[in-house]
Design a protein around this ligand. Sequence first.
Ligand SMILES: [Zn+2]
Ligand SMILES: [Zn+2]
Length: 279
Amino acid sequence: MGIGTFYLTFGLGVLLVEIVAGRHRGVYDRAEWTVLGLCSVLGMFVIRPAMTIASALLLGLLLPAGKGALAGLPLWAAFAGSLIVTEFVFYWVHRWAHEGKNRPALNWLWQLHRTHHTARYMNAMVVLRLNIFWAVVQPVTWTVALTIYLGQPFAAALVGVTQFAWNVITHSNFRWDDAARRHPRFGRAFRAVEHVLVSPGIHHTHHGYGKDGANYRNFGLILSGFDALFGTLHIPQGRPWRYGLPGRDAHWSEQVLWPLVRGTQAPPTGGPAGERPVA
Ligand SMILES: [Zn+2]
Ligand SMILES: [Zn+2]
């Protein structure tokens, strides 16, 4: 199975099971459909191909001697190295994006990332709910391109697929981890694993506010080890009080296209996608 086929099959498979289980019922209004549609289509068919070309050109200019330099490395070593570097850089860029809420110098990073956090629900679609320019600063774009450039295209593909699949699982509406965490025999071991790997609960907490919601915690994508190391890990006891961000969101056009569109405000919510407690 090709990498593209895996992306599509796994993502659509989880999405389909969520839909059949009724996890998307009553979630979207027209503005939400527009944000999701534009983020998905522009992200997949415009921004991603453009960034692939841009990163290849830029790496060629910056590292002319690096092309194929690590081609002799075993696959497992290239995969592990690329994954750890990607996760480390992702942790810091993601953390700075959230710190940008209160730090003027980093506020632009928060403006690019906040689109991912204005979803007032959690399911597989949130993976694609990204401002289209987030891909330019998103570390995965660059570290995967670098891994290919250094001569390890298969390791790069494995890193990309693993992160995509993990992202789908940790955003999905299925919270199998609640039972695992509370299990009388295995709960302690599961919580120990959560100090290394991101569970759905850890990432759902990152999208929440109120009790057990903490978007100033849990910045890892696959590895929670950097959160544990740098003091930002929060393993929840339950689900956050609300998903999303408190207050009014920007208009859908600004959520998708900031900084091309700025200073807007969405109409008051209260419809299907409005503020509501987590089910
Ligand atoms: Zn975030
Ligand atoms: Zn997320």
